[in-house]
Design a protein around this ligand. Structure first.
Ligand SMILES: Nc1ncnc2c1ncn2[C@@H]1O[C@H](COP(=O)(O)OP(=O)(O)OP(=O)(O)O)[C@@H](O)[C@H]1O
Ligand SMILES: [Mg+2]
Length: 367
């Protein structure tokens, strides 16, 4: 097969008329999203579709009747493309690989495939398909995987650091009376305070990336929202925004962990305040918080007139470690999403760039 093909390289170009291919098939091949070239048993190009001559940036008539050798010598084919044609030939014909992937001069990913042998009656079908989207998904999945691994690794390191800290704390306490005698009691106090601070940081990190086991109770939604709004109101005013708590039905109850639920609403109000302070104009920021009954569910909503989100941000919003903020950890919404799912609910979001965002938390209603 290879020798046949190599012989074909020596064939001179001949004038070529498009063969008697069925026009319906030709139309189908013409409109397919891959580039297609068909070489006959003598290695002469007998068909090339629109996509392929577009990719090669050549016109169809200068291609038909060419052999591989002529293609490589084609005066209008760029050097980069000649290199890729030659590499595809080496990988698939000489080394016998069924396909070959490469990146073109514009950064797009392509997969070339070659089909030959008996089923092709001695002809060679060469196809070229752009796979940039697929590669992007592959890279994002790989990145998310590495980030999740990094998260687990840091959580286990943080966890292990607590053990030596406990030992150091114990020994400092033992040394305390001796340091007191030396008049250096202050040192012991500083060391203990710093160890406690380190422990608090570790505790916060571990609990923010992993919701603890829920302490289930019946939660009155109106009391929950009132409390969170009270906690955030003054901070919001300082940032130039007002939080409006809409009149709530008093008899709406959900079942769950109060602390975790507070954490979710707090995360969302914080995000809303940050989105408002990142807006281009400085009109009054507004955050609306409320809840209503919808069939067998309670819908808690938090909407803001902040900077809004583009489609790329919306797509990745709940991914762990995804953040657009300089000092963000990107954990707020991924942890919130996990908490709500653990409570049998879901979070939906709608947003318009430069207009605002609305988060809706749906949870089963308790009667
Ligand atoms: N209300 C909102 N308006 C506009 N963008 C938002 C809003 N809420 C979330 N986002 C976008 O979603 C991203 C992820 O939010 P998330 O709360 O998970 O992390 P973060 O706020 O960046 O960091 P942190 O871990 O400190 O909360 C944000 O960086 C922001 O781009
Ligand atoms: Mg956040």
């Amino acid at each position: 097969m290879i020798s046949q093909y190599q012989e074909s390289l020596l064939l001179p170009a001949r004038t070529f008329q498009s063969g008697p291919m069925d026009t319906t098939y030709e139309d189908v091949l013409e409109h397919i999203d891959s580039g297609i070239m068909l070489f006959d048993e003598e290695g002469v190009l007998t068909f090339v579709n629109k996509q392929m001559y577009g990719i090669l940036e050549l016109n169809r008539h200068s291609l038909l009747g060419c052999t591989l050798n002529h293609l490589l010598a084609h005066i209008q084919l760029s050097r980069f493309k000649k290199k890729q044609v030659l590499r595809s030939y080496r990988e698939m014909v000489v080394k016998g690989k069924p396909s070959y992937e490469f990146v073109d001069e514009y950064g797009r990913y392509w997969r070339a495939s070659l089909c030959s042998g008996e089923q092709m009656k001695g002809c060679y079908l060469f196809t070229l398909k752009e796979i940039s989207d697929f590669k992007l998904i592959e890279q994002t999945a790989y990145q998310n995987d590495s980030l999740a691994m990094l998260g687990r690794l840091s959580a286990s390191i943080a966890h292990e650091i607590r053990n030596p800290l406990t030992a150091i704390r114990g020994f400092i306490q033992l040394l305390h009376p001796h340091l007191h005698l030396l008049g250096k009691e202050e040192y012991a106090k500083i060391i203990l305070a710093e160890i406690d601070r380190a422990n608090d940081i570790i505790h916060e990190f571990l609990t923010s990336s992993k919701p603890s086991v829920p302490q289930v109770s019946m939660i009155p939604v109106s009391a929950l929202l009132k409390e969170v709004v009270l906690l955030t109101e003054s901070e919001a005013l300082m940032k130039g925004c007002q939080i409006n708590l809409q009149v709530l039905q008093e008899d709406l109850f959900i079942s769950g962990d109060t602390k975790q639920m507070k954490q979710v609403v707090l995360n969302m109000i914080r995000n809303a305040m940050e989105a408002i302070s990142e807006r281009a104009d400085d009109s009054m920021g507004r955050i609306e918080v409320g809840a209503r009954k919808e069939g067998t569910e309670v819908r808690i909503f938090i909407s803001d007139n902040g900077k809004g989100m583009d489609i790329c941000t919306l797509d990745r919003l709940f991914n762990p470690f995804f953040t657009t903020k300089e000092n963000g950890t990107g954990l707020g919404l991924s942890v919130s999403d996990r908490i709500i799912k653990n409570h049998g609910g879901c979070i939906s979001v709608s947003s318009r760039l430069n207009e605002g965002t609305r988060f809706v938390i749906s949870l089963p209603l308790i009667h």
